[in-house]
Write a protein that binds this ligand. Structure first.
Ligand SMILES: Nc1nc2c(c(=O)[nH]1)N[C@H]1C(S)=C(S)[C@@H](COP(=O)(O)O)O[C@H]1N2
Ligand SMILES: [Mo]
Length: 388
């Protein structure tokens, strides 16, 4: 066990440089490409590759799970979602307004934020659309984010008693149609004041030690550890404290999960705004060295207690969770040395269990089958592979 962990860690470390140096290998012949990190080892490509996104401007830089070889996702490999435009912001002209129901409205420059106490959090940003749409299976990445706690800035502004809702404005905007009305709207998400004041939330200006990249929200974004991607407002320039709940597109019209729940013998549709992340895992990549197959994956969304892996309809086998790099809001990487695999096609499924004993639901679990919309698809993921 010990020896295996060590060799895998070495493998993960080597993977970073090997992948960076060997980008041409991405175009190697299907189904496998030799992995130069360890001679004789190959990464097998999944048979069920996702189709390209129909609107490539919305979803950019989606990684392949096969390329997962580091706990932190390098910035240049991080995905980017933009529902409107990706604004190019001049950091000298940019300001953050903190306004609405506050005693002391603030106008802050980037230098003002940089001068305030800094905090870091490693957080895995998971798009709630993952596995809900055929082309979206890898809108996820793990980064070390740095910035100023939202709570410290809100406290500085001093919310008034009647301020119950905090709304976060991105600089990006687009036209929305609401019934007969066409209206230009900014990208906005909100949180209750209690949720917004959570000490983990950051006004984030740095990602993996570098200024926030432009596609990821330069110069400032909200980082809300424990929340789905949608809550993490990019290109942030305005925070407003208000006295009513906010019901914009990304709170109440889109990113709404509809589930049917049994109530007194009948099914009732319940609509909820996409919010906190859910327990999930995926098999990421399979490597072969000689006759031995190794499976690597990730698990996140709750404190992870265990991950199990199943091939075809076989028994669940426990994976080894990598404890070498861990953080409360970060994914855990896991691996399983499967041994031999018979020639032919196989399916590989993983399931995570959290410390409270919750198990990632199977596709036929009512949690999944009663869900009518594609958001928050945290059911067990099966990938297909050909061997031999
Ligand atoms: N301003 C703004 N913030 C946004 C979005 C957006 O379109 N505009 N997309 C959200 C969604 S759906 C996701 S999944 C995350 C993705 O963060 P990333 O682009 O840094 O990967 O950003 C969120 N924040
Ligand atoms: Mo998303």
């Amino acid at each position: 066990m010990e020896a295996k962990d060590v060799s895998r860690r070495k493998f993960l470390v080597q993977g970073g440089t090997a992948a960076a140096a060997g980008l041409t290998l991405l175009h190697a012949p299907f189904p496998a490409w030799a992995f130069p990190g360890r001679p004789g080892e190959e990464v097998l490509l999944w048979l069920d590759q996702p189709p390209p996104p129909p609107r490539p401007e919305v979803l950019q830089n989606l990684p392949r799970w096969e390329d997962l070889d580091t706990w932190l996702t390098p910035n240049e490999r991080f995905f980017s979602v933009a529902h409107y435009n990706r604004p190019l912001i001049d950091k000298n002209a940019w300001r953050l307004e903190v306004t609405g129901l506050v005693r002391r409205p603030l106008t802050l420059t980037l230098a003002d934020l940089n001068a305030r106490p800094r905090r870091e959090v490693v957080f895995t940003l998971d798009c709630s659309g993952n596995h809900g749409l055929p082309w979206l299976i890898s809108g996820i990445g793990n980064a070390r984010w740095a910035g100023v706690p939202v709570a410290s800035i809100l406290e500085e502004a001093g919310p008034l008693e009647n301020g119950i809702e905090v709304i976060f404005f991105g600089a990006d905007a687009g036209e929305e149609q609401v019934r007969q009305l066409k209206v230009r709207e900014r990208f906005v998400r909100s949180m209750s004041i209690a949720d917004a004041m959570n000490p983990n939330n950051l006004l984030c200006y740095e990602m993996n030690g570098l200024p926030l990249p432009q596609p990821n929200g330069f110069p400032l974004r909200l980082i809300a550890p424990g929340w789905y991607g949608i809550a993490n407002v990019k290109w942030l320039n305005r925070i407003e404290v208000r006295e009513t709940r906010f019901m914009g597109r990304f709170m109440a019209r889109d990113y709404v999960t509809i589930r049917e729940e049994p109530r007194d013998g009948e099914m009732v549709a319940v609509e909820t705004s996409v919010g906190r992340v859910r327990l999930k895992s995926v098999p990421a990549r399979v490597t072969r060295q000689g006759e031995r197959y190794n499976i690597i994956g990730a698990a996140w969304g709750a404190p992870i207690a265990a991950v199990e892996v199943r091939i075809d309809d076989g028994p669940w086998r426990p994976a080894t969770i990598d404890h070498s790099e861990e953080a409360e809001f970060a994914w855990k990487l896991w691996s399983l040395d499967w041994g031999n695999l018979s020639p032919g096609e196989h399916s590989i499924t993983s399931r995570a269990t959290d410390v409270a004993g919750n198990v990632q639901p199977s596709p036929d679990d009512p949690q999944i089958t009663n869900k009518r919309t594609y958001w928050e698809s945290n059911g067990q993921v099966t990938r297909r592979l050909r061997v031999g």
